[in-house]
Write a protein that binds this ligand. Structure first.
Ligand code: ZN
Length: 272
């Protein structure tokens, strides 16, 4: 998804616009540091190097400065009666589906680098990603330690359209599927590690497995009403339709796995 078309300086100015004069002077003195931190963040995010920004964690060192920077988010940007709230709402409505799990509705904003560790980035627009509440909660507050443990950033990471999400059918009663990451050969080792980390951080195997379980219950009723000879073609058509829409949706991966499993097609689907 495109990065928000908002300037860090303008958003910061809006956040501090209604603060008391002593707090305002304190925050005005930090403005250049915030703008510089945003520049560093954007450069590092575009090369998957967010783990190199450790020096931002200790800046500023003054505790009250750090507290006020965090309040720019918790008491200003998110506050319903603050002029900066418009920015929060604008960022939130950029997409309706959470870009981190690609499944649940957007309910909040997630800090790509947590404000508790990186207070200078608390209201930097490119560090604020629309997210569902579950993804927001599941992400650690520690920030990345290396290249491998950076979750994908929807504004900076485009992993292309090649299929990487696959499902596997388990021939049990009732039938179920599980999901895994199978990286395309074109990905480098850092991207492979990051996608696996993202998948694990947001519990996507569990989320997609639960969704697939429900979808397969509905599918059982549909398939039971069909002539057995029509089932392979039906599942193949459904799988192709799903892949056309998004080859990396849990539904497309599930249908692909079901359409390719002889046990399921030949009656496994009906067992319960
Ligand atoms: Zn989510």
């Amino acid at each position: 998804m495109p990065a928000p078309d908002l300037s860090t300086r303008a958003v910061y100015a809006l956040c501090i616009s209604k603060t008391a004069s002593t707090t305002k002077a304190r925050l005005q003195a930090l403005e250049e540091d915030v703008v510089n931190a945003a520049d560093q963040f954007e450069a590092a995010a575009s090369t998957a190097d967010l783990h190199t920004l450790g020096s931002l964690k200790t800046n500023p060192s003054d505790e009250e400065d750090r507290t006020q920077l965090k309040k720019n988010y918790t008491q200003r940007l998110t506050s319903k009666d603050h002029p900066a709230r418009d920015v929060y709402d604008k960022l939130k409505i950029e997409v309706s589906l959470c870009p981190l799990c690609a499944h649940r509705d957007v309910e909040t904003l997630d800090h790509q680098l947590p404000k508790s560790q990186y207070p200078l980035l608390a209201v930097v627009p490119s560090n604020l990603v629309p997210a569902c509440r579950s993804c927001n909660t599941l992400k650690s507050d520690a920030g990345p330690k290396g290249a491998h443990d950076q979750t994908l950033h929807p504004y900076f990471d485009d992993i292309g359209k090649e299929q990487w999400l696959y499902a596997q059918v388990h021939e049990v009663v009732p039938a179920c599927v599980s999901f895994r990451v199978v990286p395309p050969p074109s990905w480098d080792s850092v991207l492979v590690a990051r996608v696996r980390w993202h998948f694990q951080t947001f519990d996507l195997a569990e989320l997609y497995g639960n969704q697939a379980g429900r979808a397969m219950t509905s599918l059982r009723y549909v398939l039971k009403r069909k002539a057995p000879s029509s089932i392979p073609g039906y599942l193949q058509d459904e799988a192709e339709g799903g892949a056309d829409e998004d080859p990396n949706s849990w539904k497309a991966a599930m249908l692909q796995a079901l359409a390719g499993n002889a046990w399921y097609i030949n009656g496994g689907f009906a067992l319960e």
